[in-house]
Ligand binder design. Sequence first.
Ligand code: ADP
Length: 736
Amino acid sequence: MRFTDMDIPKTTKTICRGSNVPVFLRASLAIALLCFLSAAGTQAQSNTRIFDLLTKLKLARHDTARMDIYLQLAEVHIEEGNDPEKAINNANLALILAQNYKDKRREFLALERLARVYAELKYDLKAAMDYLNEAKAIDTSFTTIADRAALYGDEGKIFMALNDYEKAQQAFLRQLTIYEKLGNKRGIADVNYELGQLFFEQKDYRQALAYFNRALALYDELDDIRGRMYALNAIGQTWGRLGDYTRSLQSCTEALYLAQAANDRVHLAEIHVNIGYAYEHMNNPTEALRYYTGALLLGEELNNLRIIARAAREMGNIYSQLCNEQEALRYYTQALEAAQKAGSKALLKDIYESLFEFHDENGRNEEAYQWLKKLVAIKDELYDEERTRQLIHNQIRYQTEKKEEEVKLLRARELQNRIIIQNQRLQNYALIILILLVLAGIVILYNAFKRKKAYNELLEKEVQKRTAELQRYNEELAASNRQLEQSNMELERFAYIASHDLKSPLRNIISFLNLIERKVRQNPDPQLLEYLKFATDSARQMHQLILDVLEFSRVNQDEVEMTEVDLNDTLVLALRNLKEEMSQKHAVVEASLLPVVYANSVYMLQLLQNFVSNGIKYNESRIPLVQISTEDKGDHYLFRVRDNGIGIDPEFHDQVFEMFKRLHTREEYQGTGIGLAMCKKIILKLGGKIWLESEPGKGTTFYFTLPKPQSAPASANGTREKAAAQTGESADAVAT
Ligand code: ADP
């Protein structure tokens, strides 16, 4: 613990007993018991810690580990406060090892603990100061900022004990700044407590109370029972100085139970003095005496001269009031001796004052005068000291307040910085997320691009493959077409040669059959005549077939002459050829104005003649009607040849264009089945198309197209006039 005007070394006795506790104390017993239990836990905890550390020490293999354990043991013993020698031993062991190993940080820590133990537990301020200076001499590069903060705290306490309040305050403020920066709550609580002590020492009780209360609140937050005990005792003592003894008693009683539970004898003595002080001023001399006696006994056992001096003086005062002169004098004398040994002018002044009043009240003027003289002399000495102290105090107070303002400002700035940093962090996060998104987008796009490229390459390869295949097929097709053309040509050539060569023997056969017939008619034999007729008919039929085949095969073979052909003229020619058939069946042919086309005139005649001939032949109407019309389709002409004949079943619409395909027997309708095949061949050769529309019984319409000639033909009227002039007949309506 810290330094007040009543520092007490350790004692082994427990002073207060439950049975003697006054009513007020008993009332708060329940609450205190709770504190006791938790404080007892703290004591047990520290014993367990020491035991654990000693076990670890036995097991430690390296000196570094050993040094750390010694340092921890020293710390626990300092905190516990009961055995300074053990604390010193452990700190020294750590120091020796650290110096051996030139481990500067651990050397610093050992020195710091030694300074603390000498200042707090041994009250040897000189030794404490020496250790402190040794620690301070170690280069700061070996230590942490927290290490230095601890050293500032020790320095502050030593200076306070030496009444050098200015230096003490400077050290505490440095320590506070570091703890604020580190956000060390316990450290801040401790410094607040020390600053409270500093103001208490300077009799600025209000200010002291404020610091103690701040420390108490922080210790409560941290659940630090020992800290709570220190703060409560200090608060109780301060209330006593401010004249509020009820509050003083309240706080000190709470502290008393905590000190008992922690078995902290140093504090027990101090708390006893404070409680005695409260009772004394509450006009309860019995209780006051009881607590002062406790304090005195503790003081004697701990050999704490200050506490002895103070308790004995207070006891002297009480006995003086109780008119027990003998006892009063005994205690005053004890107080005087202790104060003289302690060399405390403040205590001596109080005792001189008490002795002066004691003798004065009892009419011993001479003794009274002697003590008054001493009192005046010491007061003069103290006055100078007091004045200087007051000056320093004012300075300190001003600086402390200034420092507090600075700390507040620092905190506000820190908060602001934290907000700015947070915002910046958020912005950075947002930026990072954005960048990541963009990167992800790029990666996705790149992948898609890569995939597309690969797909395109694949596609290109496939296309190339297919193109190659197609080319191959085309080549194959062209080759097979060429073969086909070749074989067709050969076939046609064969057909032509065969037909041509067959034509002359057949003509001979027919001629001879005619001769035979003529001979037979001279001696008519009806049966023979009939046989001859059959033979002649068949031969003629065969002749016709050969002629037709010849015609058909000529279409492709001959290099035909292409000219402008006026189809009106062609039609007139065709009708003239069909005159007989038309008159036989009373047929009518109607034609609109036909165009001039670029073609072969023989082909055109065969074409029109075939369509008109079929339209009349395959017609059972009373008056067979064939209508020819045309339509200009821009780049070609569309022709329609419509009849009112028997019609064709849709099943055979394509087949009728095949060679030798006939839908009827020769008995039904004469023919060779070559006509339509030849029409198709001619139209295809001229670059047109051919098809039909028909239903059985509803007539047939043949359609075909012919491309227009490159050079425009003469006008339609002109063509018509020409056609009429050549035939002497109208192309519009050709009579039967
Ligand atoms: P054919 O010499 O037999 O007339 P085609 O090639 O001209 O040979 O005709 C083939 C077949 O098509 C004919 O046998 C006939 O059955 C049918 N046909 C052709 N033209 C017509 C038409 N205008 N009306 C009905 N049937 C037709």
